[in-house]
Design a protein around this ligand. Structure first.
Ligand SMILES: [Ca+2]
Ligand SMILES: [Ca+2]
Length: 324
């Protein structure tokens, strides 16, 4: 249509052109078409009624006789497939003017859980001094290691599922492990080993989970303090020991905020029991002693279970070998 407008305009503008061609060439200059040969028009007065001069050409009002725009300079330029550049810039299948839809809300894996606080989650067993020889392979990675096989066993003795996120286990004031979001049902345990040659903890049990410390505990055999911190950094539980024996320290009776005893006092043939009761039964069994055994298992006076308020002096010393 652009080209058609241009040619129609010229014919209407100079209907006398044919006759002028028969006349003298000089008459062209007088007819008003002389300017057309050099340039179609200089002003609109050179054009027919209803036309105006645009870019030296007579065109009708409203006609678009402007030069073709160079390709890709227009925001509406088309590519070979006929899509405008704006089409390409817009996200496929989406209206760029619309806001991104909100991400679905994250659901908590245990929304009924309560925070781990004092009296709900306890240090149940602690192994600062790894026994020598193969029997010291507490993490069952095939290697007895004086540092990797150290562990802390925690048990949820509350009737609630606990959310352990942010709970920490520390060697005195030095945090060594921080829980990610973890749901610990009632009666279940969580064991943190100091390390493993496999770089992985043992597989979880039905009622106990296993983790590797972020940094080795490095509990001293000569004495120390294991601390359990809540998500807000408050002390939930702590154990102060002196001259740890080459066996674990264990609550006695189990699953209570009772004093600590040597593990072998509860199970003579077993130096430790990460993830189970001292006798190897599942923690969820309740760790009840055999009916024929005394209801008053011995406790070692060298161990103290200091409550968060801290009201106990270090127990008397006991000479035991230290980790190499
Ligand atoms: Ca080991
Ligand atoms: Ca145990």
């Amino acid at each position: 249509m652009k080209g058609a407008n241009f040619h129609v305009g010229r014919l209407i503008h100079c209907p006398q052109r044919v006759s002028l061609l028969v006349l003298l060439a000089s008459a062209q200059l007088l007819s008003g078409c002389g300017a057309e040969l050099a340039s179609e028009c200089r002003t609109s007065r050179d054009c027919a009624p209803a036309q105006f001069c645009r870019l030296s050409r007579c065109v009708y009002l409203g006609a678009d006789d402007t030069p073709e725009p160079s390709q890709n300079h227009s925001p509406f330029a088309e590519d070979d497939a006929g899509h405008t550049l704006d089409d390409a810039a817009a996200p496929s299948g989406a209206d760029a003017s619309l806001p991104e839809p909100d991400a679905p809300p994250t659901t908590h894996p245990c929304p009924e859980a309560v925070p781990a606080t004092a009296g709900l989650l306890i240090i149940h067993e602690l192994l600062p001094n790894v026994p020598t020889g193969p029997s010291g392979d507490a993490n069952a990675d095939g290697t007895r290691d004086a540092h990797d096989d150290e562990f802390v066993e925690l048990v949820n003795i509350s009737p609630h599922t606990l959310d352990l996120e942010g709970v920490q286990v520390a060697n005195d004031t030095r945090p060594r492990f921080t829980f990610a979001q973890t749901c610990l049902p009632p009666g279940h345990g969580a064991v943190i080993f100091a390390g493993s040659t496999t770089d992985a903890p043992p597989p979880d049990r039905d009622d106990a989970i296993f983790r590797l410390a972020d940094t080795r505990f490095q509990f001293a055999n000569s004495g120390g303090r294991a601390v359990l911190l809540g998500a807000a950094g408050e002390v939930i539980d702590e154990v102060i020991y002196d001259n740890a024996p080459a066996r674990s320290l264990n609550r006695s009776p189990e699953l209570r905020t009772s004093p600590f005893a040597h593990h072998t006092d509860l199970a003579p043939e077993r130096p430790f029991s990460p993830g189970t009761c001292a006798d190897g039964q599942p923690l969820s069994s309740g760790c009840l002693p055999p009916e024929n055994e005394s209801d008053e298992p011995s406790s070692d006076p060298s161990l103290s279970d200091a409550p968060p308020s801290g009201n106990g002096d270090p127990p008397p010393e006991e000479n035991t070998p230290q980790n190499p």
